[in-house]
Write a protein that binds this ligand. Structure first.
Ligand SMILES: *Cc1c(COP(=O)(O)O)cnc(C)c1O
Length: 468
């Protein structure tokens, strides 16, 4: 039903500001660069449209109210975009926050290769088609000691490719033997029993939840056995009355029986973590040395590189993976390959490991972190909050070393008589957004996961949160 508009209302409506005037308002103009003029105009249009629905005797929104409503709408639109975040959670590999930050060399590689043409699949010697994977395979051989290597989208895809290649039923069922204590769910929908079922393989569970013996695997071997599968229990630990099969024993059994062994290592670390005060984590090189035939791991967990699924192992088996048509659907893009190659190259020179942000963050001493926290606290002395420097515990995250805390330091910000959740929300509205951890009546910003170059940005964000 059309609204009938009286002369009084029409007069008021004429006083509504024009779209182009609102577009010039500094608070609104700031969004044009972020979202584009078209999106901003649409938001202005819908707020004006709502304002026009007034009737007689109702006051028009003031210009300030209109601007406020437009800014609110644009803020919601903008917060759905992908943008930079400062991670003050103390969780180094936070899957929700994009896991590993990349090394400068990796970023340069991505920009150079992504911004132009490359010899991605071109052999410059012969001038003919070349292999997309040859370069990274060579780096994987050098860094892990394996015979060969291949890269796909992520570790989940790596496991899928292995199962599809070796355990997809053709004429008969193909069985994959897994110990009961390793039937993992890592979150994000990756559940080993479900992934196995999807691939068509038949899951054969052996052992008990707490105790598994090599004899359990031996008894399960049969004419349909396709693979012996180990998986890293990345996010839990079974303690107490336990027994497990040594990976090298499993590999030896596989060799005797002529059945390939596979290990889903998950995080996939290439260096000893003990110097960082962390418990020893089984490395990819160890899995290779143990004789595991195929090893799958992520690129963006403890490797500190781009999202990728890396498979290393025996040459003849990797060749079969390479021949699987499914590989085409799991193909990794040129920028990812460039970033991965650049990251792997840093491992070839141990003195450059600190150029991988993850290892730089792990290496900060508590003394260094405390000094930064004190500087930040000094610069924030004027805000209306109780600031203190507290001991904190950082975690690797990303499904790696779930129980191992790393000594850290946090800046604690306790707003007076106000809800710390409101402060946390205000910090999330900063750009870059600052993500803290609410603890009691304070917001904690753990300095281990905040690169020092971001300290001035943190100061600005906290000050702005209190200025609102
Ligand atoms: C993280 C993880 C995966 C999945 O890795 P993505 O690279 O995220 O696909 C698989 N298996 C284990 C044991 C993991 O920890």
């Amino acid at each position: 039903m059309p609204l009938t508009t009286s002369g009084e209302t029409t007069g008021k409506l004429r006083r509504l500001p024009a779209v182009h005037r609102l577009l010039d308002e500094p608070q609104i103009a700031g969004f044009v660069q972020l979202l584009g003029a078209a999106v901003v105009k649409t938001a202005i249009g819908s707020v004006l449209q709502a304002a026009r629905k007034i009737g007689d005797g109702v006051e028009l929104p003031s210009p300030a109210e209109l601007i406020g409503a437009i800014v609110e709408r644009l803020t919601v639109v903008e917060s759905a975009e992908l943008f930079e975040v400062i991670n003050g959670t103390g969780v180094l590999l936070h899957t929700n926050l994009g896991r590993a930050p990349l090394a400068d060399d990796a970023l340069t590689g991505m920009a150079t290769i992504g911004g132009g043409y490359s010899n991605l699949e071109f052999d410059l010697e012969t001038g003919t088609r070349g292999s997309r994977y040859a370069r990274v395979s060579s780096l994987l051989r050098q860094t892990t000691g394996a015979e060969d290597g291949l890269v796909v989208n992520n570790c989940a895809a790596a496991v899928l490719l292995i199962l599809d290649t070796f355990a997809r039923p053709v004429a008969t069922a193909r069985e994959v033997v897994v110990a009961r204590n390793q039937l993992i769910e890592i979150g994000g929908g990756f559940r080993l029993p479900d992934v196995l079922r999807r691939s068509g393989a038949t899951l054969v569970e052996v052992g008990a939840t707490n105790r598994v013996y090599l004899a359990d695997f031996e008894r399960a071997l049969g004419p349909n056995t396709a693979l012996l599968l180990r998986s890293h229990t990345s996010n839990y630990r079974i303690d107490g009355f336990v027994a497990d099969v040594e990976p090298a024993e499993l590999a030896a059994l596989g060799r005797r029986a002529g059945i390939p062994t596979v290990e889903d290592l998950g995080s996939g670390v290439l260096v000893d973590l003990a110097p960082y005060g962390l418990p020893h984590e089984r490395t990819v090189q160890q899995a290779v040395a143990d004789g595991i035939d195929l090893i799958a791991f992520s690129g963006d967990k403890l490797l500190g590189g781009p999202q990728a699924g890396i498979i290393v192992g025996r040459g003849v088996l990797v060749a079969r993976l390479r021949a699987n048509p499914l590989l085409r659907a799991l193909r990794v893009d040129k920028t990812g390959l460039a970033a991965l190659a650049a990251t792997l190259r840093l491992y070839l020179e141990p003195s450059r490991l600190g150029q991988i942000p993850l290892y730089a963050m792990l290496a900060y001493s508590v003394v260094q972190l405390r000094a930064r926290a004190e500087r930040l606290s000094g610069e924030l002395a004027s805000v209306n909050a109780a600031l203190s420097i507290v001991d904190s515990e950082a975690f690797v995250g990303g499904g790696a070393l779930p129980l191992a805390g790393i000594a850290s330091v946090a800046l604690s910000i306790r707003p007076p008589a106000s809800d710390p959740n409101r402060l946390a929300a205000a910090l999330r509205r900063a750009r870059p957004a600052v993500i803290g951890r609410v603890d009691g009546d304070a917001v904690l910003l753990d300095l281990r996961t905040i690169p020092p170059r971001h300290d001035p940005t943190v100061v600005r964000a906290v000050r702005a949160a209190f200025d609102r």
